[in-house]
Design a protein around this ligand. Structure first.
Ligand code: HEC
Ligand code: HEC
Length: 471
């Protein structure tokens, strides 16, 4: 499908009976241009019940008081309670001295992923946006309905009357299940397309560590909208004060976290990234060159341990019924078989969501062999699937400075999420040799296999699409 033109995609989708979707996609002008935020009032899906505790958090025009949600929403509370429990379990495993070296690295990653103290305000862990109970994606249902699924980060916005009243990123959290199976981003000459990388736009390239997921893990700790640490060394400082410091040094070497910290380390590390006082300095902590090198090495290892956990059996297990089916160890029910026939036939889904089998879209029987009995349901490329702007994203309103003098989205509603084009165009500050590449490609997500089996397709969610509620 990555080789297919967009027009061909449309006709395929129409034949699949997805006419409404095709119409939506065929009208790119439907994504409103300009900077004026349109009316954001919208109907609440009938299947979604607003939790009573959240009623008080809903402002005029279906806007959310995010600080109120963080404090009161039952899902948000559940996620934090679960993460504390998992953190305690991982710590007990680390202390047990029973783990082999392989599982030590994974467990270290687990300790890091569930540790809220690694964020600037010590209030959000990775798992806050990647809830194990929701397939490691957003587990706070009210956000799925009201904010396009985007999750608030570590920093509240206290400017009087500001909306949103918490920094909140522009996209919906992806699941990190199977994320480590994406190779480093590369351009495939014969296919004339980009493959691999992590994030919706592939900007976690993996070129340095040769591991996209590891490089991905270095992003949220420093993203001003997420965990907002002002300096990568702040993450290392926090690791050096954590109750699993011993374990980090057990895995990566004694003395790894012995760094001479400057006297203002606590002040600097509690100042959110993007704060005007930092003057745009990406490494405001004053460290000696050798300490800086050590901290960078620690930050790489911190990330590699996270990738190890993400690829561990507890996160990416390849144990779905579909995996067993392809391996010839399970049989599908009639309904499942019908769905699967559509998926690789008329629906043409497996031309992007590779299932290791051939497509029967053009008629005939599937005589293909499973190339892999562990298909990822993605070709790891990026496709423009024509989503309009999702006006529910509070991101579009983050166009005025917060109390730190930081403006998340100076373009306001003028911001267009071009997916991979954004990254290639240098939006993130990376040097780009490909000016003008406006591809609006979005990563082909590995389908959580449950989607096929149960039909509970959760809503394909780049930042520009609303996510249906998980209830
Ligand atoms: C405030 C919410 C938030 C926090 C905290 C957060 N993430 Fe994410 N995560 C997201 C969003 C949003 C995306 C998609 C972002 C994008 O494409 O720009 C994402 C994407 C990812 C991906 C990419 C998956 C793929 O298939 O490409 C991985 C892996 C991931 N996060 C892991 C982590 C880890 C590890 C941490 C902690 C170090 C973390 N996240 C913290 C919201 C969050
Ligand atoms: C042109 C390539 C392409 C085809 C064909 C395609 N998809 Fe997708 N699909 C994508 C991309 C890209 C995404 C992720 C981007 C997004 O959600 O914004 C996605 C996401 C999804 C998701 C969400 C996964 C998740 O974990 O949130 C589901 C479910 C899905 N597709 C099902 C299907 C089904 C069913 C079909 C066939 C009727 C299909 N797709 C055909 C490209 C494709």
């Amino acid at each position: 499908m990555s080789r297919m033109k967009l027009s061909e995609t449309f006709s395929l989708l129409s034949t699949a009976g997805l006419t409404a979707l095709a119409i939506l996609m065929a009208v790119p002008g439907a994504s409103a241009q300009g900077t004026q935020l349109p009316q954001i009032d919208f109907p609440i899906p009938p299947v979604f019940q607003i939790p009573p505790a959240d009623q008080q958090c809903i402002l005029k025009g279906q806007r959310l008081d995010l600080q109120c949600i963080i404090k009161n929403d039952p899902d948000a509370k559940r996620v934090r309670a679960e993460e504390a429990k998992l953190e305690a379990q991982a710590l007990a495993a680390a202390k047990s001295a029973k783990l082999d070296p392989y599982h030590q690295v994974e467990t270290l990653g687990e300790l890091e992923i569930f540790d809220p103290k690694l964020s600037v305000n010590k209030n959000i862990a990775c798992s806050y946006c990647h809830d194990p109970a929701a397939g490691y994606a957003n587990g706070v249902s009210i956000l799925s309905v009201f904010t396009g699924g985007s999750n608030p980060g570590s920093v509240p916005i206290t400017v009087h009357g500001a909306y949103p009243n918490n920094r909140i990123a522009k996209r919906n959290p992806q699941s990190y299940v199977y994320a480590t199976y994406f190779p480093p981003l590369h351009f495939n000459q014969s296919q004339a397309d980009f493959y691999g990388g992590n994030f919706w736009d592939g900007r976690a390239t993996g070129y340095k560590l040769q591991n996209s997921a590891a490089e991905q893990a270095q992003d949220p700790p420093l993203d001003p909208e997420e965990m907002a640490n002002p300096d990568p060394a702040c993450v290392v400082w926090k690791l050096s004060r954590s109750n699993y410091k011993f374990f980090f040094e057990q895995v990566f070497g004694v003395g790894s976290l012995e760094i001479n910290w400057p006297s203002d380390v606590a002040t600097i590390c509690s100042t959110p990234k993007g704060a005007a006082v930092l003057g745009g300095n990406p490494t405001p902590l004053q460290l000696s060159p050798s300490d800086r090198t050590l901290a960078s090495k620690d930050f790489d290892e911190f990330a590699q341990a996270i990738a190890a956990y993400e690829s561990s059996d507890s996160v990416s297990p390849f144990t779905s019924k579909f995996d067993y089916f392809l391996a010839g160890k399970a049989t599908l029910t009639t309904q499942e078989q019908n769905g699967y026939d559509l998926f690789r036939g008329k629906g043409s889904c497996n031309t992007c969501h590779l299932d290791g089998r051939s497509s029967t879209q053009l008629g005939g029987a599937d005589t293909g062999q499973a190339a892999s009995v562990q298909p990822l349901f993605t070709d790891t490329t990026y496709n423009n699937i024509g989503l309009p702007k999702n006006v529910r994203l509070p991101w579009y309103s983050e166009d005025t400075p917060d109390q730190w003098g930081f403006t998340g989205n100076p373009l306001g509603f003028g911001f267009t999420d071009e997916g991979m084009g954004l990254f290639l165009d240098g939006y993130y500050g990376a040097r780009s040799g490909r000016q003008g590449c406006k591809s609006r490609k979005v990563e082909v997500l590995s389908l959580s296999i449950a989607c096929i089996r149960t039909d509970s397709i959760s809503g394909a969610c780049g930042g520009n699409e609303a996510r249906s509620a998980r209830t």
